[in-house]
Design a protein around this ligand. Structure first.
Ligand SMILES: [Zn+2]
Length: 439
């Protein structure tokens, strides 16, 4: 059996784009001036300072500060603030940024000519500024899987499935027929009951005769994110049936062992759905104890979380990649985003994200200047998330893929919306499989 290398942050650096930071980006004597509706930067003598980067459309900058550097604010301004005279101000747009307590800070430059100004209190001490190119035409070349119509989830009888199904119906209708069809390939494990003690959780393992890598896939951690767990079921069916030479899933069928938990929040998925009622939808995001399971992987208080980790532990040593299927209602997010680890396969995931963005522009589903702040996120450090736990405890690169379901987008229950979901998750799977198989 091949030894699986584990990748941690320092080793990962070569896979990130080049660092662009040098200390000369730090300009002392700048302070932010926040008014009710505007934000400006002002040059004054004395304490404070700012990092000034010339932003370019499509470029994304990741900034990590040492703990002693207090970040005050970040903004985009038209024009170079370094040209300001004393007490002159330059007004700009505030950048909505996540500055997390673990020194990580991330955002995107959206258009040119804009300068990105990050004002810090005290002497700024960034440890790293990395540049990531999100929009690059060359990244859209190459094989890309575009599915045919996938059926919808709204038909009372379900053209593919029915979003009102309970977790058990998802298992019985979408997974069990395939286990019967491919008994030598698919096995099932009962993972135990959920927190209520009433609902069953299952894990499936798809084992090719010989395989080169193992992937761990999870759906329904958030039970109101139907596109995620139904697309997972659809993709596993397509992988099972991928026998034709030109089938893009054939390489997965032959080379990847999949360890799959179709539905994690089995209680939530089994509750009455009312997609028009936001409160109801919020309620069933959580489990029976009103716990968001994707915040429980640090403390592991819920039976669902315990079952997931117990099952994963059996395969952890040979797993090279994990993917958690979610969907998101974020209005300001151009498309899909994933919380990408700075790991060996980060570039694969940036490229897939980028390519999907271009696809959406082709389809007229997003405008030309999307807010891409959320694309490369920073959740991986926190073990309370499934991906964070799997990365922190086991060193397995893990991504959370979010398919957007907002009001300007084809609805997740529509055929178009569901087909786009399959396209997104499917290409993440294919590209990551190619990467790990060829390594
Ligand atoms: Zn979610």
């Amino acid at each position: 059996m091949k030894t699986i290398p584990r990748y941690h942050i320092e080793e990962d650096r070569p896979f990130l784009p080049k660092d662009i930071f040098s200390e000369d980006l730090y300009c002392p004597g700048f302070v932010p001036v926040e008014a009710e509706e505007t934000i400006s930067v002002k040059r004054v003598s004395g304490t404070g300072g700012a990092f000034v980067l010339k932003g370019e459309f499509g470029k994304c900058y990741e900034v990590k500060f040492a703990p002693e550097a207090g970040v005050v604010t970040a903004m985009f301004v038209q024009g170079d603030p370094r040209a300001l005279d004393e007490n002159e101000t330059l007004t700009g747009t505030k950048v909505n940024c996540d500055f997390d307590s673990q020194d990580r800070f991330m955002y995107v430059c959206r258009s040119t000519p804009e300068y990105l100004v990050i004002c810090v209190s005290g002497k700024g001490a960034p440890v790293y500024i990395g540049e990531r190119t999100i929009l690059q035409e060359t990244d859209t070349a190459g094989d890309w899987y575009i599915p045919g119509p996938m059926g919808s989830l709204t038909d009372p009888d379900g053209t593919f499935a029915n979003y009102r199904w309970t977790a058990q119906q998802v298992i019985d209708n979408l997974y069990e027929p395939y286990r019967a069809k491919y008994p030598g390939y698919i096995s099932r494990t009962h993972l135990g009951k959920d927190q209520t003690g009433q609902f069953d959780m299952y894990g499936y393992v798809y084992t090719p005769e010989t395989y080169k890598t193992t992937f761990f896939l999870t759906g329904g951690v958030h039970s109101n994110e139907e596109a995620g767990y139904y697309a997972l079921a659809k993709l596993m069916q397509m992988i099972c049936d991928a026998t034709e030479e030109d089938d893009p899933f054939r390489i997965l069928r032959q080379n990847v062992r999949f360890v799959v938990i179709p539905v994690v929040n089995v209680w939530g998925v089994s509750q009455e759905h009312n997609p028009a009622d936001e409160e109801a939808r919020k309620r069933i995001r959580r489990n029976s104890e009103d716990v968001d399971l994707n915040r429980d992987f640090g403390d592991v208080t819920q039976q669902e979380t315990k079952n997931v980790l117990a099952f994963f532990r059996q395969y952890a040593d040979s797993t090279e990649f994990a993917m958690d299927f979610h969907n998101s209602g974020k209005e300001n997010c151009s498309l899909w985003y994933n919380f990408i680890n700075n790991t060996v396969n980060s570039q694969v995931n940036y490229k897939v994200t980028n390519h999907m963005y271009h696809r959406l522009m082709e389809l007229g589903l997003c405008d030309k200047t999307p807010n891409m702040e959320k694309i490369p996120g920073s959740y991986y450090k926190a073990s309370k998330y499934l991906e964070g736990r799997i990365w922190n405890e086991f060193g397995v690169p893990t991504i959370t893929v979010e398919h957007v379901i907002n009001s300007t987008f084809p609805h997740r229950f529509s055929e178009e919306g569901f087909t786009l979901a399959v396209e997104t998750y499917g290409n993440f799977l294919i590209q990551n499989a190619l990467f790990f198989i060829q390594r």
